[in-house]
Design a protein around this ligand. Structure first.
Ligand SMILES: [Zn+2]
Length: 158
C-alpha cells in the first residue's frame, strides 16, 4: 500500500462512512473483484500464502480495475496461449478482455501477468509462452512495474 501512496495518486484510507469500500479479510485464497462493485467488496489475503508484497499489490490492482496482462486484446502478438496444457475448467482465466490497459505497451514485467505454468494440467507444462523470445521473464510478484504505475496514474487522471 505504501508503494501506491508514493508512486500513484491512490491513497488507501481507513473506512469511516464510505458507502463503497474494500474490506481486507483472511478468506480462502488471494482474490479481489475487478474494479468498484458497490457496497462492501472483499479483498481476500489468506494468511496461508497471500500476505506478500507482490500478491497484495496484484489483488489491490484488480480492485482498482485492472485485468491480468495476458488477457488484453492484443496479447496474441506477445504470448502464445497453449490451450492444450490448460485445465479445461480454468480456461476461462485466459479469455481475452476488451482492454489494452490505457494504450500502454504490453508489459511482460507487469505485476498482473501470470507465470508461464499458471493453471497447467501438469507441473512444468507451459500454458503461456512469450513470443517471439520464449525466454522473456513473466509472472513476477516483486512489486508494481513502472508500466503498472503509469497505468494507474492514467486511469485515475493523476
Ligand atoms: Zn489476479
Amino acid at each position: 500500500m505504501s508503494t501506491f501512496h508514493s508512486k500513484t495518486c491512490i491513497h488507501f484510507v481507513a473506512r469511516s462512512t464510505q458507502a463503497d469500500y474494500i474490506s481486507i479479510e483472511n478468506k480462502d485464497g488471494c482474490f479481489s473483484s475487478l474494479g468498484r462493485t458497490g457496497g462492501k467488496q472483499v479483498v481476500s489475503f489468506s494468511r496461508q500464502g497471500c500476505v506478500y508484497n507482490g500478491i497484495v499489490q496484484h489483488e489491490l490492482n484488480h480492485a482498482l480495475g485492472f485485468y491480468h496482462e495476458q488477457t488484453r486484446s492484443d496479447r496474441d502478438q506477445y504470448v502464445k496461449i497453449n490451450w492444450e496444457n490448460i485445465s479445461p475448467d480454468m480456461a476461462y482465466n485466459f479469455q481475452k478482455q476488451n482492454t489494452n490497459n490505457q494504450n500502454t505497451p504490453y508489459d511482460y514485467g507487469s505485476i498482473m501477468h501470470y507465470e508461464r505454468t499458471a493453471f497447467s494440467i501438469q507441473p512444468g507444462l507451459e500454458t503461456i509462452t512469450p513470443i517471439p523470445d520464449r525466454r522473456v521473464e513473466i509472472g513476477q510478484r516483486q512489486g508494481l512495474s513502472n508500466t503498472d504505475i503509469l497505468r494507474i496514474n492514467k486511469l485515475y487522471g493523476c
